[in-house]
Design a protein around this ligand. Structure first.
Ligand code: DGI
Ligand code: FE
Ligand code: FE
Length: 196
């Protein structure tokens, strides 16, 4: 499917509010692809599909995840984490997507993971800092993203983990692993990693 076809299909499956979020993420991802030399087509397709199943009932997401050989550990965590992996599973069939970068960007857009490729990184950070988002520390993330996407991601993951701890929520191990991997990029500029 081309970008316009994907857009039409996604629009049909989402509320206006969620669709407008998707369009803002897609536009920001396109800009970041220019900055960081990624495929504009790949990041736009991934951004358009990333929340395709965000409004789908949990039991349907569960069936999709159970229909594959993928690790099922995600089902042991909060259902808010299911829409990315489920959308990644259906992307090939429903959107005719075969590019691994696009599929993985959709799969990991909520938790992140260590060593994301540039398409995954762009979708992850564009979702976090699209223009309508506002939360503590976001301006620092936006500023960092103009210079180093790795540093922006490490700050974003740190903020998310802090927020989730404050909420007394469980945190998926992938989020911690991603944080550990990306925080090492802070050493020079922010004086991070002072302990280890
Ligand atoms: O789908 P979006 O709202 O655009 O963004 P998202 O897919 O990044 O989902 C964000 C939500 O997911 C937010 O409420 C925080 C939550 N979240 C992210 N990582 C974790 C998590 N919730 C739990 N319980 N554990 C996590 O590791
Ligand atoms: Fe999402
Ligand atoms: Fe999103």
């Amino acid at each position: 499917m081309d970008i316009e076809q994907i857009k039409r299909k996604v629009k049909k499956n989402l509320s206006e509010k969620r669709y407008l979020h998707t369009l803002r993420v897609t536009e920001l991802a396109r800009q970041l692809a220019r900055t960081y030399g990624a495929s504009e087509i790949h990041v736009q397709k991934a951004a358009l599909i990333h929340d395709y199943l965000k409004e789908t009932p949990n039991h349907e997401l569960q069936s999709i995840i159970e229909s594959t050989d993928d690790p099922l550990d995600i089902l042991a965590y909060h259902p808010v984490l299911w829409h990315g992996p489920a959308a990644a599973i259906i992307a090939e069939k429903e959107f005719d997507i075969h590019e691994p970068s696009i599929i993985e960007a959709v799969r990991y857009h909520t938790t992140g993971r260590p060593e994301m490729d540039v398409v995954e990184e762009i979708v992850f950070i564009a979702d976090y800092m699209e223009p309508a988002r506002s939360f503590p520390g976001i301006e620092e993330v936006r500023e960092a993203a103009t210079k180093s996407i790795e540093q922006a991601i490490s700050l974003a993951l740190g903020n998310s983990i802090r927020y989730l701890i404050h909420q007394k929520a469980t945190i998926h191990p992938q989020t911690f692993q991603a944080y550990n991997a990306y925080v090492s990029t802070l050493i020079s500029e922010y004086g991070g990693n002072k302990i280890w």
